[in-house]
Design a protein. Sequence first.
Length: 200
Amino acid sequence: MSGLLRAAARLRRAVAALAALMAYLAGWNYIACAAFIGFDIVARNLFGFSSRATVEVTGYMLACGIAWALAHTLMVRAHIRVDVLLNRLPLSLRAPLHLFALLLLAVFAAFCAWAGWALVDESLLFNAHDNSALRIPLAIPQGIWAIGILAFALTAGVLLVEGLLNLLAGRPQEVDRLLASRGFREETEEALQAARMIRQ
């Protein structure tokens, strides 16, 4: 069991690194999105021209950015959760409930990934394009979006496997550490780290 736990931890760290890279790219995507919108506003008001595709392109960028950040958000336990009752339960009950919630999330994410790739396949089949001046093939933004959803489902599955192995090994505290929502101390430490990075 210890060998399986070590392998699961290594797999989680690899997936976490990939998820962090995707979130980093999603962040730069939002900066590019803001720059594009800002340029279009300035160009329209001062120079009298517009890209005429701002709404379509930034809509794709926003959707893809959200999808690509989902895996990292799950990995660092930053999704919003209602856990007032859960936190009052003993650890022996909390750990299985964490896994049950993650199982539901993993099933939902897997369904979304399947539906996303089915949509990409359909767009390729019909050679679908958007209804803008750019006539972008819909399979391109849909495919980028679906990659993010697939990474989210993979991350949920990896966390589920490691959490289940820890529970079977009699380590509910590790399940709680992996899957519980972050407390105010972790949130405070993250804010302090961000402040230190800004000062540097």
